[in-house]
Design a protein around this ligand. Structure first.
Ligand SMILES: [Zn+2]
Length: 209
């Protein structure tokens, strides 16, 4: 039995042929390389190591340092816990105010949403760096979904925050707009859930156990 490794996500397939599509990251059959007996994948055609630059400029050097820190210290999995941890709480707080009427929960939700929005540039930048570095910027279905989820997250956050500033009583006083507001917060929750699920699939999905 031969072994094939997905060069995008590292998923290992056993069989005479590589699968038509990677079950983890949806990469094409052509992205699979055969793993030989010594457990090293067969050298890829496009494996040309980047030449070290003679003397990078100040901004380039800073960027390279940031990029190195992001992959060394796994800053993306750390920073994604801001939206994934805080947004469920904010949505529950909004629901508490809408259904039970404790306005302080709604204020807490607003501050939580602002905090998450301020963190989003870091979350997106670290995610983008990991995507380029670990997955060669491969634009498979999985990454398209992750990018779409990030866009929905930012748009929904901006919508909720701006709406709340323009109409401060949107959740605290009964109106049909309140339910639309809550629906947008649920959409936000779904977007971070989907992005998190895809991230988990990337990191753990390729393992048999
Ligand atoms: Zn894959």
């Amino acid at each position: 039995m031969k072994k094939w490794e997905c060069t995008v996500c590292g998923y290992v397939h056993e069989g005479d042929e590589p699968p038509d599509e990677c079950p983890v990251c949806s990469a094409d059959k052509s992205m699979f390389v055969e793993i030989t007996g010594d457990d090293n994948p067969v050298e890829q055609v496009s494996a040309s190591a980047p030449q070290p630059a003679a003397k990078p400029s100040m901004s380039k050097a800073l960027y390279l340092k940031a990029s190195e820190l992001i992959s060394t210290y796994h800053l993306h999995p750390i920073t994604v816990h801001t939206p994934n941890g805080i947004i469920p709480m904010a949505v529950i707080f909004l629901a508490i105010t809408a259904f039970l009427g404790f306005p302080l929960f709604e204020t807490a939700a607003l501050y939580s949403l602002v905090f998450v929005l301020l963190n989003m540039p870091v979350v997106i930048f670290t995610g983008y760096e990991m995507w380029l570095k670990r997955y060669q910027g491969a634009l498979t279905t999985l990454f398209k979904i992750k990018i779409a989820a990030a866009v929905v997250t930012v748009v929904a956050l901006l919508t909720l925050i701006i709406w709340r500033i323009v109409q401060p009583e949107i959740v605290t006083s009964p109106s049909s707009g309140r339910w639309v507001y809550l629906a947008v917060s649920l959409l936000l929750l779904m977007a971070v859930g989907v992005a998190g699920h895809m991230g988990g699939k990337l990191v753990f999905g390729g393992r048999s156990k």
